[in-house]
Design a protein around this ligand. Structure first.
Ligand code: ADP
Ligand code: MG
Length: 212
């Protein structure tokens, strides 16, 4: 909890840990998408993060933006469909704010979430309240802006909790984007699978940072 920042090598290890845990979350995400979508979200994320692990393992990196770009590209190329584009865009958008940086700090977390969110909104044309991952990502990005002087682990905890609350709120929303939109009112009462993934990604980042 007391670490101010991660080195480049530790940041790569953090994303490797996130990938491993997202693969392990396959069933949970599949079940969430079976209720309000077409049931493929767990499969897609597991496939995507398997590709992420392979790419990260095989490459050497000299800056944070290279790591994020690699993660985004691996997700985009391996998942396909709506969430491949959306989650790939999240990391590629995040990369744009990290050019040349070599340490991951609370400030880097905040700029990364903010520029990732902007890119997703442009690409997905989704706005808050549409019952998508944006409803977890936007509160996390906003919360992280108030945490710039905190230790990285603390900033991540705050962003994760904001994402969790945002994800919980998607239960009260009716889906208007993606496959779940055909369910309309029947999506009420259930959280959005992509919002669950967004919360999980931040949660696993927090777990890693607390452990180093
Ligand atoms: P698909 O919708 O192709 O079946 P997944 O089931 O893997 O893909 O992912 C669905 C998730 O992707 C949704 O729960 C939602 O959070 C996210 N999503 C889909 N379309 C958009 C969009 N236009 N903007 C933001 N997020 C989106
Ligand atoms: Mg789906």
């Amino acid at each position: 909890m007391k670490k101010m920042e991660l080195s480049l090598q530790e940041t790569k290890e953090m994303f490797m840990y996130v990938a491993e845990q997202m693969i392990a979350s396959k069933e949970l995400l599949t079940e969430a998408d079976m209720v309000i979508g077409d049931g493929d979200h767990g499969i897609g994320m597991a496939k995507g993060f398997t590709a992420v692990r392979e790419k990260l393992n095989g490459d050497e990196f000299t800056s944070l933006d290279e790591i994020c770009k690699t993660v985004g590209f691996a997700l985009m190329m391996s998942i396909g469909g709506a969430s491949g584009a959306i989650f790939g865009t999240l990391y590629q958008g995040a990369a744009k704010s990290l050019t040349g940086q070599t340490t991951f700090t609370a400030t880097a977390l905040s700029t990364m979430l903010e520029s990732g969110l902007d890119a997703v909104k442009v690409r997905g044309k989704s706005k808050p309240g549409d019952k998508t991952m944006v409803d977890a990502l936007e509160p996390a990005a906003t919360a992280s802006k108030a945490c710039l002087s905190l230790h990285l682990g603390e900033a991540l905890s705050v962003a994760t909790e904001a994402a969790r609350l945002g994800m919980e709120k998607t239960k009260e929303m009716v889906a208007t984007m993606g496959r779940a939109k055909s369910l309309g009112e029947r999506s009420l009462g259930h959280p959005d699978p992509g919002a669950i993934s967004t919360h999980l990604i931040l949660n696993f980042m927090t777990e890693y940072v607390k452990g180093v």
